[in-house]
Design a protein around this ligand. Structure first.
Ligand code: SF4
Length: 481
């Protein structure tokens, strides 16, 4: 498993909030993605988009309800096509399978197309440890591999790096100093990568979708590097999560319409690559040997939980990250593991443990924007609330509990909000307590924690002089009702 730092969310996000340069990038880039998505939906028409979303959701629901059936069908078809299917229960087992394939065949250079599951597994350091050089071939992934970092965003892993930072990195790591413009940097990366691409003996890819009826692994990319990885090396390994299976090619067509529009606002990605297995006698190129590794690594826990199962519908488009007011401020690294943003705040606590991720379900204002933009209509706010309740009540699978103070506060809040009499009394006390600190409708500075923590960075709205009940009553009286 790759290094987990989910427990450092508060400290890491405070650091990003204080970084003015990063804040300005984040605002700009997220707005661009979000705007492109909205335009793409306008183009196809919002009504058609809704139909596609509903179709995508239905396909995912049906497939996950019958996952064993479709996985078995997929295994049969891939095997019939000449490939090998491996099931890995966790990251260690998946690494061991890759290691066994690489070592028994003496594979020394592995070119990789983007794979989130390989990030989950911590595959690159593992490959290095067994003497196989891993090379990321997606430009963003290549940059972060050189920088020895983890992806910042699901679809734009190096979006936090400025042109100047990439130029410096290329000077230091690949001996190409003083590159000024982006074309020159892309050209330098292409030169270095092309050499690796043509001499690699192992290809490693992820998978956007697995089609059960044909045994097809589908990759959706924009750079063409995926095609190199699937056609040049003599051994090809695809590693992906078990939730990526869809029943048929017709179902795949729905997702091919949804994913690029939600991710980047494109009608279709530049490359849609289908892998059917090793090359056949009549094929000019392709791998001599093909392996598909289907990884669980905690997904069964999501599948078994009726409240959280929807998280497995995710097609990793990144739209919920782009629209989330929290992600747009704290960025991807703050979440401390492979999956950032709203969907990461649901998936990571289950995959790495709620004990280590208690802050993630709280990293949301519950505004619902993530659900509104999700191409599969995943109800992320509902799942975040479920996780919050597991944290406060303790979950059946973990010993996690909210602190004593948090539990007392939420019990007190519940009691207050269910008794109009108590709420009225609390309001009167609040009005008296806020009097020395309020100026107009706001309180600018409170001296007592936890309120002082709030007013350190923003104003707090003061209690209104009249309650809603009073205003409502007065209005009815004025209208003579
Ligand atoms: S949860 Fe929805 S919006 Fe977020 S990455 Fe997954 S599919 Fe995209």
């Amino acid at each position: 498993m790759s290094e987990v730092k989910t427990q450092e969310f508060r400290r890491a996000s405070a650091k990003v909030l204080a970084n003015a340069k990063l804040q300005s990038y984040l605002g700009r880039s997220m707005g661009t993605f979000d705007g492109a998505r909205a335009e793409a939906i306008e183009e196809i028409s919002p009504e058609r988009w809704e139909e596609l979303r509903q179709q995508g959701r239905e396909i995912k629901r049906h497939t996950l309800d019958n996952l064993d059936y479709y996985l078995e069908m997929l295994q049969e078809r891939v095997t019939a096509n000449g490939g090998h299917v491996h099931f890995a229960k966790d990251a260690a087992e998946a690494r061991a399978i890759v290691g066994q394939i690489a070592q028994t065949r003496g594979l020394k250079l592995a070119i990789k197309s983007k794979s989130m599951v390989s990030e989950e597994m911590g595959l690159n350091p593992f490959l290095e440890s067994i003497g196989t050089e891993p090379v990321e071939t997606d430009l963003g992934e290549y940059i972060i591999q050189l920088a020895e970092e983890t992806p910042f965003h699901i679809i734009a892993p190096a979006m936090h790096k400025s042109k100047e930072e990439v130029s410096e990195l290329f000077g230091e790591k690949i001996g190409r100093p003083n590159l000024q413009d982006i074309e020159a940097m892309a050209g330098a990366a292409r030169e270095v990568l092309r050499e690796k691409l043509v001499s690699a003996d192992m290809g490693i890819t992820g998978a956007n979708f697995l089609v059960a009826e044909t045994g097809t692994v589908t990759l959706i990319t924009n750079e063409g590097n995926g095609r190199f990885c699937t056609s040049v090396p003599r051994v090809l390994v695809s590693i992906t999560g078990m939730e990526k299976v869809v029943p048929s090619m017709e179902d795949l067509a729905t997702f091919i319409r949804l994913l690029p529009r939600a991710a980047t606002g494109q009608r279709i990605s530049s490359y849609v690559t289908h892998v059917y297995g090793p090359k056949r006698p009549e094929d000019e190129d392709g791998p001599e040997e093909y392996h598909l590794i289907i990884v669980d690594n905690g997904r069964s826990k999501l599948l078994a939980d009726p409240d959280l199962r929807e998280a497995l519908y995710c097609i990793r488009c990144g739209a919920c990250l782009n629209t989330c007011p929290v992600y747009r401020k704290v960025g991807g690294h703050s979440y401390g593991w492979v999956y950032p943003g709203p969907i990461g705040a649901v998936v990571s606590p289950v995959l790495v443990g709620l004990e280590r991720s208690k802050d993630l379900p709280n990293a949301s204002s519950l505004c619902g924007a993530c659900k509104d933009v999700c191409p599969i209509k995943i109800n992320i706010p509902h799942m975040l609330l479920k996780l919050r309740s597991q944290i406060s009540e303790g979950s059946p699978t973990s010993s996690t509990k909210a602190s004593f103070v948090d539990r007392i506060t939420s019990k007190g809040y519940r009691r207050l909000m269910s008794s109009p009499r108590l709420l009225g009394m609390a309001r009167t006390l609040g009005l008296l307590a806020q009097w020395p600190f309020s100026r107009g409708s706001f309180i600018r500075r409170m001296p007592i924690p936890p309120f002082s923590r709030w007013t350190r960075t923003r104003d707090m709205p003061a209690l209104a002089p009249k309650s809603f009940r009073q205003v409502w009553k007065e209005r009815l009286e004025e209208e003579g009702r």
